[in-house]
Design a protein around this ligand. Structure first.
Ligand code: SF4
Length: 375
């Protein structure tokens, strides 16, 4: 089996990634929100230029897949008309900001995120995956999500925290973004090819005391499908949003906007709680804890088709299931209770590990898997 190819950059709208079925064009919603008009427009673009499905990623971004190279420029024009495109590719790359999706317009999270977006041009050069989290609600929602510099609610006020540190620095709202830039510069002056993320760097270099000392506030329970104050919450199996069904749901619910999360959940802001059969509406649905990358034929490195077998096996696996088209394991970097790794059209089986770990069994036929005891 050939070793998986590791991409050194994150695809965006300006710099799409070529996949097995065409370009992957990523849109980064500002403040994790698309107005209803933007959502409907993006659904139309997915149907017109893509494969009819919008991916919701674990960075709360949206991706169109299956775009022909010849259509890329026309798609950019349409995204720009929807105000979903940064004018500069460099700013698009830096706007890697996770936002707690339960913010209210004008609250601290919204103000800080806008202020950070306005200052992205002041950041130093940073590694491609370096990101930020703004999570200043009453309880932290993004604690388990990847980010290098975090603005959070601390036990005694707003804190800025280097990822990997157990405490943060108390900051005022007025100075918060200046201090974010200071910490990004501290990182930029020190990181190496082995320490391209903040947590790794501070494990190797002591973080100065000035960036520590103030305790974190509480964490919130994970969001679930259902209703919240902002509107109904639905889930997307494997992070796939079928565009026609999403368009119909947004229209029928009367939602003012779509809010996206890193957890394959989306909120219909101000929308009515109406049936949504194309989406996951039960927090206990095993599809919400099942990971499967696009697999074959969509990814050129895939050695097996992934999502149909994941759907078939999800209800039969106790615990988490990860089906990966190859050993790279894009859909889940951490361990799962059961991982199936595509190899030459069959699957290797890893228990309590990652896609790259040593398998317990090799070369399992997909039909055999459907009848095996996987508990
Ligand atoms: S894990 Fe899946 S998406 Fe990632 S390279 Fe392998 S086949 Fe492609």
């Amino acid at each position: 089996m050939s070793a998986p190819v590791v991409q050194g950059w994150c695809p965006g709208a300006h710099r799409p990634m070529m996949s097995g079925d065409g370009l992957v064009v990523r849109v980064r919603p500002r403040l994790a929100r698309l107005s209803a008009a933007q959502t409907l427009g993006l659904c139309d673009l997915a149907l017109r230029f893509g494969n009819g499905t919008i991916d919701l990623t674990n960075r709360a971004n949206l991706q169109l897949r299956g775009v022909a190279e010849a259509d890329h420029q026309a798609l950019l024009v349409e995204l720009s008309a929807l105000n979903l495109l940064d004018a500069e590719p460099g700013i698009e790359t830096r706007r890697n900001i996770l936002v707690s999706p339960l913010y209210e317009e004008g609250d601290l999270t919204a103000r800080l995120t806008r202020a950070l977006i306005d200052r992205l041009g002041d950041l130093p050069a940073l590694p491609a995956k370096f990101g930020f989290a703004v999570d200043t609600g009453a309880a932290r929602l993004l604690a388990g999500d990847s980010a290098d510099i975090r603005l959070e609610r601390g036990a005694s006020g707003l804190i800025l925290r280097a990822d990997g540190a157990e405490t943060g620095r108390l900051v005022t709202e007025d100075e918060a973004i200046d201090r974010v830039i200071d910490l990004a510069r501290w990182f930029a002056e020190r990181f190496t090819s082995d320490t391209r993320r903040m947590a790794r760097l501070i494990a190797a270099h002591d973080l100065p005391d000035e960036w520590q000392g103030h305790a974190l506030g509480p964490t919130a329970p994970a969001l679930q499908p259902g209703n919240c104050e902002i509107g109904p919450i639905h889930g997307a199996a494997f992070g796939q949003l079928p565009a026609a069904e999403l368009r119909a749901l947004v229209k029928a619910s009367g939602a003012a906007a779509l809010r996206v999360t890193p957890w394959r959940l989306f909120l219909l802001e101000g929308g009515a709680a109406i049936p949504a059969p194309a989406f996951v509406t039960d927090g206990a649905d095993p599809l919400l804890s099942t990971d499967a990358c696009p697999g074959a034929p969509f990814c050129p490195q895939a050695q097996a088709e992934t999502r149909a077998i994941a759907r078939a096996l999800a209800p039969r696996v106790s615990g988490s299931l990860h089906v990966s088209g190859c050993a790279k394991g894009c859909a889940r970097m951490g361990a799962a209770d059961l991982t199936l790794v595509g190899r030459d059209g069959r699957f290797d089986l890893v228990k309590h590990g990652r896609a790259g770990d040593e398998p317990l069994q090799r070369g399992l036929d997909p039909e055999t898997l459907k009848t095996m005891d996987l508990t």
